[in-house]
Design a protein around this ligand. Structure first.
Ligand SMILES: [Zn+2]
Length: 295
């Protein structure tokens, strides 16, 4: 198994124990070398030219205090992210321009993609968790932004991550890829199947259930490969290879536009054959590429 991290899993120094140290946090915010990555409504502030874009590292401003989250340590300096979504227009502080993370992500350096994925996931969570699920009172941000605590019942709420399985279905020398209705039709993209894990379900059973539901194929053995944070808005993709025990495809037509079995030669000639594969920063593509090079 290849142990290289997937894109968005940059292996950053999160320094998680320092989140609880309020003295250290206050001092870190006052340091002249402290920096913040800026996000506005899911978009990230990016600098650098087209060939080498990077997330901007902004000097901290006092008015950001309530909207900072501590990301970790970078080159011995504290690194934060600031949620600028409350601004009507995205402020760029004289540096760069905003891009949707999902669009620019593949071109950012691995470390930046990881920091941005973390920030995007946390800010999504802040935006969608304004009130205590237990009593309905307001929540306040504690532990450097990583915990939301109820102002009334004191209950603590933690960032939510939705587990999703994503699987390359293999039978002999062919793999099954599908095209969901949510993919833009003009891209004619075929990708691995995927779906969310349900309560009370193992990952292996989720793989078998999703494949059966979407294409009617029976899966036997399931092998884990690697995982990828996918904060669009809050998923963790868990990647598998699934061995098919049947071949006939029965398409679930409300979700899927098409599904087919492909040979290695088909996939290698995808451009000439008029279809596309998932983007290079996705675990879907990695599962496909690992299979292509495993022969
Ligand atoms: Zn409460």
């Amino acid at each position: 198994m290849n142990n290289t991290a997937n894109h968005y899993a940059g292996g950053q120094e999160r320094a998680a124990l320092l989140r609880e140290d309020e003295t250290w946090q206050a001092a870190a915010r006052a340091r002249p070398d402290a920096r913040a990555i800026g996000l506005w409504r899911g978009q990230v502030l990016v600098v650098g030219d087209d060939a080498a874009p990077q997330a901007a590292r902004l000097a901290l401003r006092p008015e950001w205090d309530e909207t900072l989250v501590f990301l970790g340590v970078e080159a011995d300096a504290p690194l934060f992210a600031v949620d600028l979504s409350a601004h009507e227009a995205a402020p760029n502080y004289g540096a760069g321009a905003y891009y949707e993370l999902r669009g620019i992500g593949a071109r950012l350096p691995g470390q930046d993609a990881g920091w941005c994925a973390t920030a995007r996931g946390l800010f999504n969570w802040w935006a969608s968790h304004k009130f205590c699920p237990a009593c309905g009172a307001g929540l306040r941000r504690v532990r450097a932004g990583w915990v939301l605590q109820c102002a009334s019942c004191d209950r603590e709420h933690f960032p939510r991550t939705d587990s999703a399985v994503i699987m390359l279905v293999v039978k002999g020398e062919r793999v099954l890829l599908g095209q969901a209705h949510k993919f833009p039709p003009e891209r004619n993209m075929y990708s691995t199947l995927a779906g969310f894990v349900e309560p009370g379900e193992s990952l292996e059973d989720a793989v078998r259930r999703e494949v059966a539901e979407e294409v009617g194929v029976r899966v036997g053995k399931v092998h884990y490969r690697s995982s990828q944070p996918w904060p669009f808005p809050a998923s963790l993709m868990l990647g598998f290879v699934a061995q098919a025990e049947s071949e006939e495809i029965t398409l679930e037509e409300t979700e899927m536009r098409d599904a087919k079995w492909f040979t290695r030669a088909d996939l290698e000639a995808h451009a000439a054959l008029g279809f596309s594969l998932p983007p290079k920063d996705s675990i879907a593509r990695r599962l496909i590429d690992e299979w292509l090079t495993s022969a």
